[in-house]
Design a protein around this ligand. Structure first.
Ligand code: KG4
Ligand code: ZN
Length: 340
């Protein structure tokens, strides 16, 4: 079923043409360069960027798929969570197209789209599995029995893990987004002189996360160093990146192991921007090597925000009977609904 996917929840404007798990095109245009100097996404700038570029991105996606709007059978669009102004652009375009070609429209939850993005891989996961979504706005663990049938096991009580990466990068003056640069600098530290930043577990048995403690510990550590001398050296920055990353990722991996034990799952599926992290992939591969666990990560291009994951999930849910109408609204705080 040829599906037009539209994603505009944050700083990426993306349009895709998909057919089931097959991606015919997936065009992404990012406004990240415009937010760099502010150290985070500025909602108004992101919204204006979507308005300016979405039609160009749509035309490019159609052109490179070799299809035209009249071939489209379903329009899938992110309707939350995200920035309200940003979401509205994608939703307005999706509604206009759906109305003008007289094809159905379906709203898609952005977090769930990350959760099921590994289904775009050549070898998709099998059910059931423990799903981990790690992005700039969310950190959540799920137990998934089928596409769209998931139970929330735990989530962050404060910062999302990607947000912690971004804030630590800001403290260190490394720019936005923080994930890729910390990932790269941490590799240069080779684990030497690791700083014991706290790992937060929120009590025995809890599957929730907390990353504000480790972020604050980095802030104090850097503040103390800066009080003693003028600027941080290259090696100090690499050590901080390494130690922060180890503390944050160990807490993630440990909770994933606990969730797998508690649910008896043998499969783990990761999604979201932080799923691009090389050290997280390494740690999960280590886990797979000494257990019978099978781990799935999305391809790098499907870790970051993209429309293909929206099109895929929208089509799958549509085929299972989900529907939205032209009254679909932007839901900035859209929650995950437990479906069994
Ligand atoms: O999923 P995403 O593109 O957007 C949201 O839905 O939030 O995730 C963006 C987040 C940012 O916080 C960014 O710093 C983080 O993903 N990120 C990474 C890496 N690449 C992107 N974090 C750690 N390591 C990376 N390599
Ligand atoms: Zn995202």
């Amino acid at each position: 079923m040829l599906t037009l996917g539209i994603e505009s929840s944050c700083d990426e404007t993306s349009v895709s043409v998909t057919n089931g798990r097959k991606v015919l095109s997936n065009v992404v245009s990012s406004s990240v360069h415009l937010h760099k100097k502010y150290g985070g996404v500025v909602p108004e700038i992101a919204s204006r960027f979507h308005v300016e570029y979405i039609i160009e991105v749509l035309e490019k996606a159609l052109r490179s798929s070799g299809k035209s709007l009249k071939d489209v059978r379903l329009v899938a669009v992110t309707n939350g969570p995200g920035l309200v102004g940003a979401l509205l652009t994608g939703i307005s375009v999706a509604k206009s197209i759906s109305y003008s070609i007289d094809r159905p429209l379906i709203g898609v939850n952005h977090i769930l789209a990350h959760l099921y993005s590994s289904f775009l891989n050549e070898e998709p996961p099998e059910f059931p599995f423990v799903g981990l979504v790690v992005s700039g706005g969310h950190t959540a663990l799920f137990y998934c029995e089928d596409t769209g049938s998931q139970r929330l096991l735990g989530s962050t009580q404060d910062d999302a893990v990607g947000e912690a990466y971004d804030k630590v990068a800001k403290i260190l003056g490394l720019g936005y987004p923080g994930g890729p640069v910390i990932d790269r600098l941490a590799k240069k530290a080779f684990g030497e002189s690791a700083i014991p930043f706290p790992k937060s577990y929120l009590g025995k048995g809890s599957l929730d996360f907390s990353f504000s403690g480790v972020k604050t510990a980095v802030l104090y550590y850097v503040h103390n160093l800066r009080q003693r001398k003028h600027e941080l050296g290259k090696k100090e920055i690499q050590d901080i990146c390494y130690s922060f990353q180890e503390a944050a990722l160990d807490a993630l991996v440990d909770k994933v192991i606990k969730a797998a034990e508690m649910t008896g799952s043998k499969r783990i599926v990761v999604g979201g921007g932080v799923a691009a992290n090389s050290r997280l992939r390494e740690k999960m591969a280590e886990l797979a090597s000494f257990s019978s666990m099978k781990i799935h990560f999305p391809e790098l291009k499907y870790c970051m925000d993209n429309a293909a994951m929206i099109g895929y999930l929208g089509e799958t849910l549509y085929k299972k009977g989900s529907r939205s109408g032209l009254y679909l609204s932007a839901e900035p705080n859209l929650e995950i609904i437990n479906v069994k």
